[in-house]
Design a protein around this ligand. Structure first.
Ligand SMILES: Nc1ncnc2c1ncn2[C@@H]1O[C@H](COP(=O)(O)OP(=O)(O)OP(=O)(O)O)[C@@H](O)[C@H]1O
Length: 343
């Protein structure tokens, strides 16, 4: 695996203002995204995945959001750029794909015109060159009739076709980083896998780094090289996709995997994770944030001020509770013994 970094995130904290006080939704996050890798960010709703995506693209509402830390991309800190400088990078060197293309596309503009507008902003191609490139891009994302789609409006296309158009726009300027926030969540299953295949194909052609935000572990298994598991604004585990599925350590990761249908084909019932992700104001800070959802694990199992520790090659886990974790209905004899891969 090529480990040339595309984006280095250092000490990123993203806070939202609620009644005149700022609360971190992403807390002190350090992460590197490499060229030619798909880095998946997973977690339940409310864990801070979208807050992270918004901060990387700087598409947040700056009146009520505070972003601290460094976002080092090609030798510059995105967090220090002016809105104008960021506009130049966004849509060219950083591509974006969101869950709902219908809200991202302009309903009053034909598809061809929208892609052209993006090219106008980021390139100095002639009209003829742009039209040729747009047809090529549409073909590249497997749209069979690019001339027709060029003339169509977003509402005339299916959800899958609209997502292909979004992907065409995202890759138009050959970005080195693509942020894909739940890119297939709104699509039905067969279309989902076509779009994932397309993303995978484009990634191997362009060698871009992709940050793939999803709550769907099936998507992670299919797409990711590395996985970051987030809980209540913090990273709780980072590992290669193989390691994560074969040797998950953090109680939250293990709970997420146990609640995944495919992993439990032979079980009668899926695991249900007790409780819910706390709201921003109620996140327990300075202690293990997941502890309240595994109350049968004694408090002494958790570290004070839990940190992310390297427990194996490129495998990081927060807190010490993973060494003592068992599911509530399991006897303690099932506690991870020896902790494969642990130092
Ligand atoms: N603009 C905002 N103002 C206040 N709180 C916010 C804002 N946006 C998000 N939050 C809160 O920040 C936390 C993280 O939200 P975020 O949307 O990043 O989570 P997520 O993991 O992406 O969830 P989902 O999958 O539902 O989008 C949640 O508690 C959410 O309620």
């Amino acid at each position: 695996m090529n480990t040339e970094p595309v984006l280095q995130i250092k000490g990123l904290t993203v806070s939202f203002r609620i009644r005149d006080q700022y609360y971190p939704a992403v807390d002190q996050l350090d992460l590197t995204i490499n060229k030619n890798e798909v880095l998946a960010i997973v977690g339940e709703s409310g864990c801070g995945k979208s807050a992270l995506a918004l901060s990387l693209t700087r598409l947040h509402d700056s009146k009520n959001t505070r972003i601290e830390g460094e976002l080092l991309f090609k030798g510059q800190d995105l967090n220090k750029l002016s809105p104008g400088q960021m506009n130049k990078i966004r849509g060219s060197e950083i591509g974006m794909i969101f869950q709902d293309p219908l809200t991202a596309l302009n309903p009053l503009m034909t598809i061809g015109r929208q892609i052209e507008e993006n090219l106008d902003y980021h390139t100095s191609l002639s009209k003829k060159e742009k039209t040729k490139l747009i047809y090529e891009l549409l073909e590249h994302v497997n749209i069979v009739n690019p001339q027709r789609v060029y003339e169509q409006y977003p509402h005339e296309l299916s959800g899958g076709m609209r997502q292909r158009v979004m992907i065409a726009i995202a890759i138009a300027c050959r970005p080195s980083l693509i942020i894909a926030d739940e890119p297939t969540t709104a699509l039905d299953v067969t279309i989902q896998s076509q779009i994932l295949d397309l993303l995978k194909q484009l990634q191997s052609e362009t060698e871009a780094g992709i940050v793939l935000i999803t709550h769907d572990l099936g998507v992670v298994a299919e797409m990711a090289d590395r996985v970051v598991v987030m809980y209540a604004g913090e990273v709780v585990e980072i590992a290669s996709v193989y390691e994560l599925f074969n040797n998950p350590l953090h109680p939250y990761t293990r709970s997420l995997l146990a609640s995944m249908p495919a992993a439990n084909a032979e079980q009668d019932q899926l695991h249900v994770i007790q409780g819910r992700v706390p709201s921003l104001q109620n996140i327990p800070r300075g202690t293990c944030r997941f502890s309240e959802r595994i109350p049968w694990i004694p408090q002494t199992a958790h570290a004070e001020q839990p940190t992310l520790n390297e427990v194996g090659t490129e495998h990081w886990v927060r807190c010490t509770c993973y060494q003592h974790f068992h599911f509530e209905d399991e006897g303690k004899e099932h506690v991870l013994d020896g902790i494969a891969g642990a130092k």
